[in-house]
Design a protein around this ligand. Structure first.
Ligand code: NAD
Length: 462
């Protein structure tokens, strides 16, 4: 497999490691400050023409980009398995998600409507004006989808984009950059810059030509970026951490709830901001649920990510594995899942029983294949426990009582809830966090609005 080559070197080299084996698979040159400034300058220079392009022409270029991604799905998926240890079925879905998001927002240039507002003495109309250069900072856990959720609506709204992948997972983003160029996206309109957060990412925050930053990653880094953006009143979207609750009521289909719980907590080895890493079970069915859960956790397939049957692969790095292991070492473990290979950065799915609501396994975002289970008594208890966290990204409610489902969905302080399912992200519905899980929304029909400013124009007719 061909590893994409980087034109940068000023920021040193990143050794790319296959997390399933721990073996190096290539090297990527990282951008330094001068190279970053140069890329931002090219994006700023490309902006006026991209903005002025006829809507139908911008739409067509985005459709061409989508077609190029579609034609390279297998290659992109194989690169992601190699670089990130994602299961092949997930990686194929992720490449398809980039294509779908590009296709969805390719409809936006011709439909990004303003308003005509009734006024006396004239006509009042609004325009959605693009912002300029948008800087997108991507984490390592979903390198392709999170990149696409930023660049597709940003480009559709008429902005140019500079995008920084995470240091350890640059390959698919770099390949997407090459595919954009091959599809005819003009030079400077979409530039992928591999580099360090402290160099390239920070420059997106401080460079005055970058008019918006989209950041997905840890809450601490997000808070610093928010402070930095304040200096220039820079527009900002934040998608941060989570500690989401999966609430199982006694009247639910317990078999369905137990069968689906491992996927909701261990998909992507739990390295998912939407992971339902806390399961709240009504006390009258707690024992039965745990018995069912043990069976489904043992059946959860943790194996070579190239195997189409794999449901979970390795953790991303030795460091991330060690951080997760330290939580497991301090927890009361009820049971674990499949045995895992010794080489690479693997951990077995782990179910922990918190000693109290203050137990770190219950309160901290672990970002690994660890789920904590606790009983609750009443609907009010469940809502209180679910909300007892600084986060508010997603969550699930299992019940057959539709009134309760809606009451609890309205009561849980989270941006994305699902009833009798664990779905979180559809590209045509809005996604984002309450509280310290984030700021703003990605995806859905309104995403191009967050990559533009509204201009109001009054024309006197008298
Ligand atoms: P991270 O915050 O360390 O890094 C995320 C990105 O920010 C990387 O590209 C990194 O290089 C860059 N970065 C680091 N320091 C920076 C700085 N000072 N200035 C600018 N950019 C900087 O997070 P991570 O370890 O890559 O990802 C794991 C975390 O991300 C978890 O806490 C997880 O919850 C969160 N996450 C949230 C979502 C979401 O949608 N809410 C999605 C994925 C990950």
């Amino acid at each position: 497999m061909k590893i994409p080559t980087s034109p940068y070197s000023g920021g040193g080299i990143s050794v790319v490691i296959n997390p399933a084996t721990g073996q190096a698979v290539g090297e990527v040159g990282l951008a330094g400050l001068v190279e970053t400034d140069d890329a931002i300058a090219r994006a700023a220079a490309a902006y006026p023409q991209w903005k002025a392009l006829a809507p139908a022409d911008r739409a067509q270029l985005l459709r061409d980009f989508a077609a190029a991604v579609d034609a390279h799905t297998d290659e992109l998926a194989a690169l992601e398995v190699l670089n990130s240890g994602h299961t092949i079925s997930n990686a194929v879905w992720e490449a398809g998600n980039v294509k779908n998001v590009l296709t969805y927002y390719s409809a936006a240039p011709e439909r990004h409507f303003g308003k005509q507002i009734p006024v006396a003495g004239g006509v009042d109309i609004t325009f959605h004006e693009p912002l300029g250069v948008v800087g997108i900072i991507v984490p390592w856990n979903f390198p392709m989808p999170i990149a696409g959720w930023g660049f597709a609506p940003a480009l559709a709204a008429g902005n140019t984009v500079v995008l920084k992948p995470a240091e350890v997972t640059p390959l698919t983003a770099m390949r997407l950059g090459e595919l954009a160029t091959a599809a005819g996206i003009p030079d400077g309109v979409f530039t992928v810059i591999p580099g360090k957060g402290s160099v390239v990412g920070d420059r997106f925050v401080t460079h005055p030509a970058v008019r918006k930053v989209c950041f997905t990653g840890s809450t601490d880094v997000g808070k610093n970026i928010m402070r930095g953006c304040a200096d220039q009143v820079k527009r900002l979207t934040l998608e941060l951490g989570g500690k989401s609750a999966n609430i199982v009521f006694a009247d639910a289909d317990l078999e369905k709830a137990a069968a689906s719980a491992p996927g909701s907590a261990f998909d992507n080895a739990g390295q998912d901001c939407c992971a339902r890493s806390r399961i709240l079970v009504q006390d009258s069915v707690y024992d039965r649920f745990l018995t069912l859960l043990e069976q489904s956790v043992k059946e959860f397939s943790v194996t070579d990510p190239n195997d189409p049957r794999a449901q979970m692969g390795p953790m991303i790095t030795a460091k991330q594995k060690a951080a997760v292991q330290s939580f497991i070492d301090g927890a009361d473990v009820a049971f674990t899942g499949a045995e895992v290979p010794a080489d690479g950065f693997w951990l077995s799915p782990t179910v922990a029983l918190p000693r109290s609501e203050a137990d770190p396994v219950w309160t901290q975002e672990i970002f690994g294949p660890v789920v904590a289970v606790m009983p609750f008594k009443t609907e009010e208890d469940a809502i209180r426990m679910a909300n007892d966290t600084e986060y508010g990204l997603s969550g699930s409610i299992f019940t057959n009582d539709i009134g309760r489902a809606l009451r609890v969905a309205r009561g849980v302080e989270s941006g994305n809830l699902s009833v009798n399912s664990h779905s979180s992200v559809r590209y045509w519905t809005p996604f984002g966090g309450f509280k310290q899980s984030g700021l703003g929304r990605e995806l859905g029909p309104d995403a191009p609005d967050s990559f533009s400013d509204v201009k109001n124009v009054f024309i006197a007719t008298e």
